[in-house]
Design a binder for this molecule. Structure first.
Ligand SMILES: [Zn+2]
Length: 322
């Protein structure tokens, strides 16, 4: 068992002072505990929805050396990470938070990295029953073979691309062998295609639209509800059967993605079969329960909340038994 962080007022203030850049807590967020204190604060919500756990469609599992470098970058440019335990410790926190299954998203920012990450993910998933293994790929020689390996040899359940960090045009022909196989296999790709928290060269919706014109049956989960291009991505999800959204770092008191536009709230119920709960664990400045309870606070039916926290991800990732 790992040590449980202190939730005293002093550490909360310190934690908040660690926030760098333009990111802030919204007003009223004083009630958000800075540390996970080991109590599942979303237990009441799960009971109300008739669930004994939930699925996290957006969580990150990198080799430890990469995770440490990512955290150094977050410390300098973004926000303090609430979960800084060793891998076994992080799994412990996931389990305590009643997360029954979670994706293992990672991504490459240079050639030669994706194959190594995928190999690591396959090993991690083999020893972690809750993992929904997801691969990644990069525009480099052998990308088609690497994606084949992910689908056929490793039996991954999906993929992840981060268009800003990878600085990669998803429509380039070098990636066609990858998307052709993923589309044919019916596997989802979680894609960071919105401009939050920082825009990139390829984070405009027009790149995703062009990709879907070329691969019209490709299943895509738009991370962060498409922040900041909220309305465009919501409209696309309403229109296209194969386009989904995840709630990562949205509907929380921390403004990495900015406040979700209130005007779009009435449309969430109708789109609730296309929305998946995501957390960005472990790279978040608040406990998991804060993000889960954010879904509970939305003006949605019980059925819609249940879909978001469990049913949609179970169906999309093809989880027979959860
Ligand atoms: Zn993420």
């Amino acid at each position: 068992m790992t040590a449980i962080g202190c939730a005293c007022a002093a550490s909360f203030a310190q934690h908040r002072q660690g926030v760098a850049g333009p990111y802030q807590w919204s007003e009223g967020a004083e009630a958000v505990p800075p540390r996970d204190d080991g109590r599942t604060r979303h237990g009441d919500l799960l009971r109300e929805l008739g669930l004994d756990g939930l699925i996290d469609a957006h969580s990150h599992w990198f080799p430890e050396s990469v995770m440490r470098r990512i955290w150094d970058h977050f410390d300098r440019h973004y926000w303090p990470i609430t979960y800084r335990q060793l891998p076994a410790g992080r799994l412990e926190w996931v389990r305590r938070n009643k997360i029954k299954r979670f994706t293992t998203l990672n991504y490459a920012h240079r050639p030669g990295m994706a194959a190594w990450l995928n190999e690591w993910t396959a090993r991690f998933a083999a020893r972690t029953p809750e993992a929904i293994p997801c691969g990644t790929f990069y525009a480099e020689a052998g990308v088609g073979e690497e994606v084949r390996r992910c689908i056929e040899d490793y039996r991954f359940r999906g993929f992840k691309l981060h268009l800003r960090v990878s600085d990669m045009d998803p429509t380039q022909s070098a990636l066609h062998p990858a998307f052709e196989q993923i589309e044919a296999a019916g596997l989802p790709v979680v894609m960071h295609v919105g401009s939050a928290p920082e825009p990139g060269r390829f984070t405009s919706p027009r790149y995703l639209q062009a990709l879907l014109e070329r691969f019209p049956r490709l299943k895509v989960v738009v991370a962060h509800m498409g922040a900041w291009e909220w309305e465009t991505y919501l409209t696309l999800a309403e229109r296209l059967d194969n386009l989904y959204l995840d709630t990562t770092m949205v509907f929380v008191g921390f403004t990495a993605c900015g406040p979700h536009p209130e005007a779009l709230s009435p449309r969430l119920e109708g789109a609730s079969h296309k929305i998946l709960f995501g957390s960005d664990f472990p790279n978040i400045p608040y406990p998991l329960s804060h993000a889960v309870n954010g879904i509970g606070r939305l003006p949605l039916s019980r059925q819609a909340k249940r879909r978001i926290l469990f049913d949609n991800a179970a169906a999309l990732f093809g989880l027979e038994s959860v």
